[in-house]
Design a protein around this ligand. Structure first.
Ligand code: G3H
Length: 496
């Protein structure tokens, strides 16, 4: 069990409690949801199965708490966030241990996730004080036909209750990337963590509790998405939804009412490699980009589009590096660890088998034990194969050989996704032109796709999402503009 002395109050017996009204609670449902360890495929933790009535109560207290939080001085909100960040970083080890057991994140990466999250909270507190501390002043005679008879003052005010739904792959980092901007902006937060990752998220919430945030301002409900998911996202008490995950986000967008949405729904990040590229650099980035955390990152490299003349050399360099990857348990800090669920592993296997039937070249033998899939490079992939378009979210990298830059850009833009992409070339002019042509939110030049540093703007196009992320964008998105206009009489004092 991951609960150390500091976290003792968040667990009852072997079931983790949910957080509401400033304390840790057992659900009246009397039911729990098991969390399966991806490595052992056995239940490891249990969390409360919250009821709809409990969700209603959480929404009510979130609404009440937000009213006084919005009046809490900005510097004081920032101070509490800095405190939560420090507590989180101080307890990185037990939280990282949950990530290892719940989502099979390699041990070192798990610690990095927690530390990075603390840094994100602190940065957000500082940025929030700057952005929210400023407003705008306009005068009316800057618009045609007007005299200087109106002064317009505008500033940012909170939206109300923000519902945050992070994904399994970053249950701490992608939770705080929603919580911190919401809180600094004067909103309250209702967090629904993913089932795999819920225990790490509950530990993280306890750090906010220990920092001393007001009662009801932060809540965390757990349970099956099938029981409380729609109820939460369609709840009339919600004023903003920030979701990261898969296709479910498209369904949420269709059902949610007139509330701002921040959706990040995955990608099929393409990596275009030109003839003049530094192939060692490209291969190193592709292996890291495609196989770190077993490819379970929305920004993983998910298809390589390489010019035919350098394809053999690149494939060999990638294969040499794949051979050096360690495969095994997250506790041993292996590079490639079991994927999150058995159904994920089955889905990945389906894509691999489809590629096999259609004649892709297997650079390694396909190997799977339970949820553990060995890294696999598929060469000579063609557009009629599912793996050319679908997101495996696993350690499989398809290579498509192209004859022109245009062919690469065409493949990238024909995808339903548009999160990130990358281009490897020594010609910066070409790189800029290709970046302009790629229909993706971000293009990395000579590096693999990546969200971080966490304050950079991050926006998916097409089915990859809506609503810009990154700290400044999130603060802007979780606030609305309040304007007051001072109307002056037409007469004015004469000077002198
Ligand atoms: O999985 C989606 C994350 O936003 C990717 O973040 O690029 O830092 O791994 P990352």
């Amino acid at each position: 069990m991951a609960a150390t002395e500091t976290f003792g109050e968040i667990i009852d017996g072997d079931v983790f409690k949910y957080y509401a009204n400033g304390c840790w609670n057992k659900s009246s449902s009397g039911k729990s949801v098991p969390i399966i360890n991806p490595s052992t495929r056995k239940p490891h933790f249990k969390v409360q199965a919250c009821t709809r009535e409990e969700v209603d109560r959480v929404m009510e207290s979130a609404k009440t708490a937000q009213k006084s939080w919005a009046k809490t001085p900005l510097w004081k909100r920032a101070e509490l966030l800095h405190k939560a960040a420090a507590i989180l970083k101080e307890h990185k080890e037990p939280i990282a241990e949950c990530l290892v057991k719940e989502i099979a994140k390699p041990a070192k990466d798990a610690v990095t996730e927690v530390v990075r999250s603390g840094d994100l909270i602190s940065y957000c507190a500082e940025e929030g004080v700057r952005i929210l501390g400023e407003g705008k002043f306009l005068v009316s005679d800057s618009f045609p036909g007007n005299d200087r008879t109106k002064y317009c003052l505008s500033s940012k005010i909170p939206l109300g209750v923000v519902l945050a739904i992070p994904p399994f792959n970053y249950p701490v980092n992608l939770a705080v990337s929603k919580i911190a901007p919401a809180l600094i902006s004067g909103n309250s937060i209702v967090l629904k963590p993913p089932t795999q990752g819920a225990v790490a998220a509950l530990h993280m919430v306890h750090c906010f509790h220990l920092a001393g945030f007001p009662q009801g301002l932060i809540s965390c409900v757990t349970g099956k998405g099938s029981e409380i998911g729609d109820f939460l996202t369609m709840h009339p008490g919600v004023n903003c939804i920030s979701f990261t995950g898969g296709d479910t986000g498209i369904a949420i967008s269709k059902k949610a009412g007139m509330v701002p949405l921040q959706m990040e729904l995955g990608g099929k990040d393409a990596c275009i490699v030109l003839e003049d590229a530094d192939l060692d650099l490209a291969a190193a980035n592709m292996v890291k980009g495609a196989f770190s955390y077993s490819g379970q990152r929305c920004t993983a490299v998910k298809v390589v589009l390489v010019m035919g003349s350098v394809a053999n050399t690149l494939v060999k360099k990638i294969n040499d590096k794949v051979a050096k990857l360690t495969v095994g348990l997250p506790e041993n800090d292996c590079d490639v660890t079991p994927v999150v669920t058995e159904s994920s592993a089955n889905f990945i296997e389906g894509l691999v088998m489809d590629a096999k039937e259609k004649g892709a070249t297997f650079c390694q033998e396909y190997k799977r034990e339970g949820n553990l899939i060995w890294p696999l490079l598929l060469d000579n992939v063609r557009p009629d194969m599912r793996i050319a378009w679908e997101e495996p979210f696993g350690p499989v990298l398809p290579v498509i050989r192209i004859n022109s830059v245009e062919e690469g850009i065409h493949h990238c833009n024909a995808s339903n996704f548009g999160l990130q992409g990358c281009v490897f070339t020594k010609d910066i002019n070409k790189a800029m032109l290709i970046s302009d042509a790629m229909e993706t939110g971000t293009v990395q030049i000579n590096s693999a796709p990546s969200r971080g540093p966490d304050h950079f703007p991050f926006q998916g196009l097409k089915d990859s999402g809506i609503g810009s992320q990154g700290i400044t964008n999130s603060i802007n998105m979780m606030t609305k503009v309040k304007t007051t206009v001072i109307n002056l009489p037409a007469a004015s004092y004469t000077m002198g």
